[in-house]
Design a protein around this ligand. Structure first.
Ligand SMILES: C[S@@+](CC[C@H](N)C(=O)[O-])C[C@H]1O[C@@H](n2cnc3c(N)ncnc32)[C@H](O)[C@@H]1O
Length: 315
């Protein structure tokens, strides 16, 4: 089988390293969506020198991210856990029993203190929006909270532009979600409840209200982030933590709420807003008071820096 170069594509928060045979690549290149959207976008990006290219220049170039090394299994118990977690494309780095850690793209462990979380969460009912493999939900549970976590059933449910759908399906990018969460939950003996629900459909009628809601690194992937904020407000009793990506290039425009539209050259990022935009949107979503908690670069194995700002937004 003639192979073309490995390419990387970002869909629904995941980075896929894909290797296509030549015939398949040719079919993709001839697809109507490629001609309509991808090719012109790539041409524009290649000619762009105005800083409007995506974080990686284009979603179709670059090397696959470096994966962390799995620790050598020291005991039979650790070896059994390594066997259990093998084969999962882990997003989160999660510490499991017997010294085993999942080989995730994103490692929040050393940045937990930057999110303004209560140390003691006993008695709190917490909602995590967009939990992926569950790092944050397991952390809230470890601090004593009762946790409900929501995410999607498959990558096809993410906010993919209609124009990209044929490429998405022909490229075989539709993948079920939640396997990593299920395995980690079992190995940790966790009681966190993972429910399939889009934040776009979130409301108190589903799982009631929560003392705290938590939403990290998802607004940029949503077609309508304001509606997501409003829905989170509807289920929040005390406060919500919003920790999302902002665009440092727009920070110079202090008195303007600017946002970069990114759905040209990237496949799963809609917006990279200024922190001012995020701050004001939270007020528009009806949060009564919004405090900035921190700014930092996400600790991840993705290429390029991912600047984040954390807000504590009171109901
Ligand atoms: C970049 S990951 C962030 C994971 C985690 N929140 C964190 O901070 O590490 C984005 C997550 O958002 C989820 N997601 C995307 N669109 C969603 C939606 N409409 N409703 C709920 N979750 C969604 C994806 O499935 C994925 O798990």
């Amino acid at each position: 089988m003639a192979l073309v170069k490995e390419k990387r594509i970002r869909v629904g928060g995941l980075e896929f390293a894909i290797t296509m045979d030549a015939a398949r690549a040719e079919r993709l290149r001839k697809s109507p969506a490629y001609a309509r959207l991808i090719r012109p976008a790539l041409d524009r990006l290649q000619g762009a020198s105005n800083g409007h290219a995506g974080r990686n220049g284009t979603a179709w170039q670059g090397v696959p991210p470096r994966l962390p090394q799995m620790p050598a299994p020291a005991t039979p118990e650790a070896r059994a856990i390594l066997d259990r977690i093998a084969g999962v494309e882990w997003y989160h780095t999660i510490d499991l029993p017997h010294g085993v850690t999942t080989p995730g793209f994103v490692d929040h462990r050393s940045q937990r203190h930057l999110y303004g979380l209560p140390d003691d969460m006993r008695g709190m009912r917490v909602l995590e929006v967009a939990c992926f493999d569950g790092f944050w939900s397991f952390e809230f549970e470890r601090r004593g909270a009762e946790v409900v976590a929501i995410d999607l059933a498959s990558t096809a449910q993410t906010d993919i532009p209609r124009n990209w759908m044929d490429v998405f399906y022909s490229g075989g990018f539709d993948k079920p979600k939640g396997e990593g969460f299920r395995i980690a939950k079992e190995l940790l003996g966790s009681k966190v409840r993972r429910e399939v629900l889009s934040v776009h459909d979130l409301g108190p009628e589903h799982f009631g209200e929560f003392d705290m809601a938590f939403c990290s690194d998802v607004l940029l992937h949503l077609r309508d982030p304001l509606r997501a904020m409003e829905n989170i407000w509807r289920v929040t009793k005390q406060f919500a933590i919003f920790a999302d990506v902002y665009n440092p290039e727009l920070e110079a425009f202090k008195n303007k709420a600017l946002t970069e539209f990114c759905m040209v050259g990237e496949t799963d990022v809609w917006w990279r807003p200024s922190s001012t935009t995020l701050y004001l949107m939270l007020h528009v979503a009806r949060f009564s008071r919004v405090e900035e908690v921190s700014r930092f670069k996400l600790n991840s194995h993705f290429e390029g820096e991912i600047p984040k700002v954390v807000y504590k937004a009171y109901h």
